[in-house]
Design a protein around this ligand. Structure first.
Ligand code: 48F
Length: 258
């Protein structure tokens, strides 16, 4: 049978618009498709929550692809190996408490697992602002990343969400915008973004989990964004904290959404 270009085009437009229209209002909107955001999305979707993840780049996955300095292996401590194994990522013991995985296998499997669990993914979309109602975050303001890259003056569109998760990594972009533009204080010691500190892997891994919480009404932080928000150090290419943080924020929000 002859293949018709117009049918191909219509299929893509129809399917994409269906996806977009069905996700203008959701339980949880996750900003950033690194390991913490993907794990959060997976557990939220598994719990039946309507969860959408927005990723600025064409390829989802954040900082996991390149392992450490492009050596494409990651390290995970024992407490987080179970999460990788639940997704089907193969882990190898290196020494007691140190496991490794191929970084490309790990991140591609996290992406696949989250989407197959029911998380909806929009890549090439940048979150440039939040929707607010008196001192509360109630949604996100979105634009095509290409619009930002080209510096075009194009107004964005908005979506509504019961909760937002900032999983944007080192840049903490959602918290930054809330600090700048939404009246009220952040739930941090100074009431402001504390900022990331230099590397201290062990401390950082513990703090990532502790710092995974609500930082402003309606806004949670996960992954490296949690540490940057609360003034924790960076940890380098050990990823257990990222995975456990995604799982923790999902658990917190599953309870909140009930
Ligand atoms: O940085 P990233 O991988 O976040 P993470 O889940 O994991 C951190 C680790 O990769 C690593 C580390 C652990 O050892 O320190 O850095 O905390 O992924 C963040 C994603 O968010 C996207 C960005 O492109 C990246 O893929 N992102 C950032 N800002 C925006 C955004 C935005 N405004 N809108 C959409 N996506």
């Amino acid at each position: 049978m002859e293949l018709n270009e117009i049918t191909i085009t219509k299929a893509i437009i129809d399917r994409y618009f269906e996806k977009l229209r069905n996700h203008l209002d959701m339980d949880v909107a996750i900003v950033g498709g690194g390991p913490s955001g993907l794990v959060a999305g997976y557990y939220l979707a598994r719990a039946g929550k309507k969860v959408v993840l927005y990723e600025r780049k064409l390829s989802v996955g954040g900082g996991m692809w390149g392992g450490g300095m492009m050596f494409n292996e990651i390290v995970v401590q024992e407490s987080a190996v179970g999460i990788l194994e639940e997704f089907g990522v193969r882990c190898r013991k290196y020494e007691q408490n140190y496991y490794t995985a191929d970084s490309v296998e790990a991140i591609s499997t996290l992406i696949s697992g989250a989407v197959k669990a029911g998380m909806t993914l929009f890549n090439c979309v940048s979150v440039e602002d939040v929707v607010m109602r008196s001192e509360q975050v109630t949604g996100l303001v979105l634009n095509w990343s290409a619009v930002q890259l080209a510096g075009l003056h194009v107004d964005p569109l908005a979506v509504k969400s019961k909760f937002v998760v900032d999983a944007t990594g080192h840049d903490t972009e959602v918290v930054q915008v809330v600090q700048k533009k939404v009246p009220g204080k952040l739930n941090t010691p100074s009431g402001r973004l504390e900022g990331e500190k230099s590397m201290w892997s062990e401390k950082a891994e513990t703090l990532t989990l502790e710092n995974t919480r609500e930082v402003f009404p309606g806004l949670y932080v996960a992954g490296m964004a949690a540490n940057a928000t609360f003034g924790g150090p960076r940890m380098g290419p050990i990823f257990g904290g990222m995975l456990l943080s995604g799982q923790k924020v999902a658990r917190q929000l599953i309870e909140k959404c009930e």
